[in-house]
Write a protein that binds this ligand. Structure first.
Ligand SMILES: Cc1cc2nc3c(=O)[nH]c(=O)nc-3n(C[C@H](O)[C@H](O)[C@H](O)COP(=O)(O)OP(=O)(O)OC[C@H]3O[C@@H](n4cnc5c(N)ncnc54)[C@H](O)[C@@H]3O)c2cc1C
Length: 497
């Protein structure tokens, strides 16, 4: 065991979330001493890696689960609007880094790829029409097109229409401002940037195995050096648990009472992947469908154009699966190891309340290659089996938390949750949706809850330089929305409405 220095900030995990928060902190106060600990040999080897997620720049343009239908048949766009403008925070953050020269070119991580929703069942067509009307009544969605014309849809997404029965009723929406993001490349770029700073040290092959609060409210962390098989001890005034699926066990180890009652429900994913460049270039869109009954929202099937390492590819899926691992490179015992007296009640109650979801997952697990290919053909009727290979995606750990006012009852949360220690010396990020797209927004949330004093002082001014809309609402100010989107589209090389 060796003792090392005392850090102002420690971030656990080198995925997109820690990389984003570390970059903000470095910009806000270059004197901060920052340490990052990553269990793997390199950054972004879990969910943030390009092939472990779908790379959708989620701005709630094409994902129908963000626009639920109310009982009276009207469409609720509130959640979509929130996610839509959260993505504007990421766009501004990335634009700032490009303008500062911290990242050389947008081409290294983001590409303009229109976002579409495609349906071919009568009641879904009606839903899509009403969804389009509801969304486009707000200026944030200006430019979204709706069509039932097979010719128009074929122009937008030729692979989806070729070989389809001409009698089939179809409808689609199309938003040209959509994007494909390589979050793995972005994570590496951000960490290269912060790693250039003497005050920031990134430890790879370093698994945090324990953390304990000290009497002065700072934290003692124990890191296992995977390369040399020994432990090191570190102290930090502030700890951010950005360990993706590994966040829950670390939150439990921290022992903070705010973490009691939390449990995790891991869902694995599989894609079909096609690396035929010519074919990929014929499908310049991310086309989302509607989820099957009982399916969790993150299992909505989609056929996506991807740009990874400068190469064009197609991705279809995800097919959900059951796994007891919390990380792709995790242990089969992860789920079992996370069971505590305080979370067993919520876990059991969520299992009972979500039988339809469990049934859906069981169905996915026994799916054969034949079933998966049939699903692809419902999107892309002329797909050739030989062009596609299976690709294992990242793990998502959905949050189970105690229902308010109940010790034994739990609720399954499909979003992201920041669990804060009362003294704000530690915060853990749980969950994975909408995910990497909202990393900058989530970093701002961490800053607001954990560094309120600094935000009243010089940080506020600096934040305004990084995020020009900081402190204002893009969803309530049409001019601001137009300006921010135009300026970030120009820097990032994205389409404007
Ligand atoms: C199938 C799938 C599809 C997705 N699609 C999209 C999408 O289209 N768009 C989108 O925006 N988001 C998407 N997401 C979500 C997105 O990938 C995640 O929200 C995001 O990558 C999470 O980043 P992170 O940094 O929190 O976690 P990760 O990238 O998982 O990083 C966590 C890091 O912590 C490390 N770690 C864990 N435990 C320890 C420990 N004890 N000590 C040290 N290090 C540790 C891990 O090795 C890992 O490198 C998708 C996710 C999945 C699984």
């Amino acid at each position: 065991m060796t003792n090392e220095s005392i850090w102002d900030i420690t971030l656990i995990g080198a995925g997109i979330m820690s990389a984003t928060l570390a970059t903000f902190l470095r910009e806000l106060d270059p004197d901060l001493r920052i340490a990052i600990f990553e269990a793997r040999h390199a950054p972004a080897e879990e969910s943030s890696d390009a092939w472990n997620n779908a790379g959708t720049g989620h701005a709630a343009l094409c994902e129908v689960n963000y626009t639920p239908e109310r009982k009276d048949g009207s469409i609720d766009i509130a959640q979509a609007l929130e996610i839509n403008v959260e993505f504007d925070i990421s766009r501004q953050f990335w634009s700032y880094l490009l303008q500062q020269g911290a990242i050389e070119s947008p081409d290294a991580f983001i590409h303009s790829v229109p976002h579409m929703t495609f349906v071919c069942v009568e009641d879904q067509i009606d839903f899509l029409r009403r969804r389009h009307a509801a969304l486009t009544s707000h200026f944030c969605y200006h430019g979204m097109q709706f069509s039932q014309d097979p010719g128009q849809i074929a122009e937008w997404a030729p692979l989806v229409m070729a070989g389809r029965n001409p009698q089939e009723q179809v409808a689609a929406t199309h938003m040209r401002t959509g994007s494909d993001v390589d979050y793995g490349a972005l994570t590496r770029l951000l960490l290269e940037h912060v790693g250039r700073d003497d005050g920031c040290k990134i430890h790879y092959d370093a698994t945090i195995t324990d953390l304990e609060r000290l009497s002065d409210n700072s934290w003692q962390l124990r890191a296992h050096d995977e390369a040399h098989s020994h432990y090191t001890e570190h102290r930090s005034r502030f700890v951010y648990i950005g360990a993706g699926g590994g966040a829950l066990p670390l939150l439990q180890k921290s022992g903070i009472p705010e973490g009691h009652g939390y449990a995790g429900f891991p869902v694995s994913g599989i894609w079909l992947r096609c690396e035929d460049d010519a074919l990929a270039r014929r499908h310049h869109a991310k086309v989302y469908g509607k989820a099957a009954v009982g399916a969790p929202p993150m299992s909505v099937p989609h056929l996506d154009h991807r740009v990874i390492d400068g190469r064009h590819a197609l991705l279809f899926g995800p097919f959900a699966g059951a796994s007891t691992r919390f990380l792709k490179h995790g242990s089969l015992l992860d789920l079992l190891g996370s069971i505590r007296w305080d979370n067993i009640g919520p876990m059991v109650s969520v299992a009972i309340d979500n039988l339809q979801l469990l049934e859906y997952l069981a169905g996915q697990v026994v799916q054969s290659e034949h079933h998966r290919f049939a699903a692809l053909r419902s999107f892309y009727p002329e797909a050739n089996h030989e062009d596609w290979v299976l690709q294992v995606a990242g793990q998502r750990v959905q949050i189970i938390e105690r229902a308010p006012g109940h010790k034994e009852k739990g609720v399954l949360k499909l979003g992201t949750e920041l669990v804060n220690a009362a003294d704000h010396s530690l915060v853990a990020m749980l969950g994975a949706s909408p995910g990497a797209s909202t990393a900058a927004y989530l970093a701002l949330e961490v800053l607001a809850s954990c560094f309120p004093e600094q935000l009243k002082g010089p940080w506020a001014e600096k934040l305004k330089q990084i995020i020009p809309s900081y402190g204002q609402s893009i969803a309530q100010d049409e001019n601001l929305c137009r300006q921010i989107r135009a300026s970030t589209a120009a820097v990032l090389g994205l389409e404007e409405t």
